[in-house]
Design a protein around this ligand. Sequence first.
Ligand SMILES: Nc1nc2c(ncn2[C@@H]2O[C@H](COP(=O)(O)OP(=O)(O)OP(=O)(O)O)[C@@H](O)[C@H]2O)c(=O)[nH]1
Ligand SMILES: [Mg+2]
Length: 223
Amino acid sequence: MTSGPRIVEVRQNVLKHNDQVARELREQFHAAGVFVVSLVSSPGAGKTALLERTLTSLGQKYRPAALVGDLATQNDAARLARSRAPVKQINTGTLCHLEAAMVRSALEEWNLANLDFLFIENVGNLVCPSSYDLGEDLRAVLLSVTEGEDKPLKYPTIFNTADAAVITKVDLAEAVEFNREEAYKNIQAVRPGMRTIEVSSKSGAGFEEWIEFLVQQHYSPIL
Ligand SMILES: Nc1nc2c(ncn2[C@@H]2O[C@H](COP(=O)(O)OP(=O)(O)OP(=O)(O)O)[C@@H](O)[C@H]2O)c(=O)[nH]1
Ligand SMILES: [Mg+2]
């Protein structure tokens, strides 16, 4: 007997269980009135830098919080904690993605009713996180100008399962000869109509649009 079918079966059961937990989480989030945004990208595309500014900016008017996933270290949580928003690190050990059950346990001691926005930074990876629903309302995929315009074509599933794209590090665009038209063409080829926002977490460019987008998605989504 080959080991093929057995592995497929186990994987399907894991995904089924994850979907069930994610469904329960989504119900809890909606009941509490918290809008949940997950961030996915390749390692180092700028998820934590984006969140540092986002938490500080949203924190002036709303109650944001963040969960942050990495294989190891508390580094990202320490960076985000400076914003004074509630932050918790999830260490996945050897796992290249977050699962809904990890989100559920990380939230055990938090009262969701005290939050307006919850951000979940996934492990930096363009493959593993795509199949795992975390109960989020919005999945944003980041593409930094330094990593190549063809990433959407190489990793179509993660772009296809996202609701919005964020092009990061635009302050470096000129230096790396970023081809903006090519990047948009590739994003649209994989996920036609996807809203794409350009930001620099270094200069703050694009943050007005990003924050406005988040607030609009939470409080007055276009049906
Ligand atoms: N110039 C510039 N550098 C940036 C920007 N955003 C992030 N960086 C730098 O890019 C590197 C990675 O940024 P992070 O925010 O840690 O990226 P990440 O996606 O959270 O990384 P992982 O969690 O390890 O996957 C850091 O050295 C940041 O300072 C930006 O807008 N402009
Ligand atoms: Mg990070």
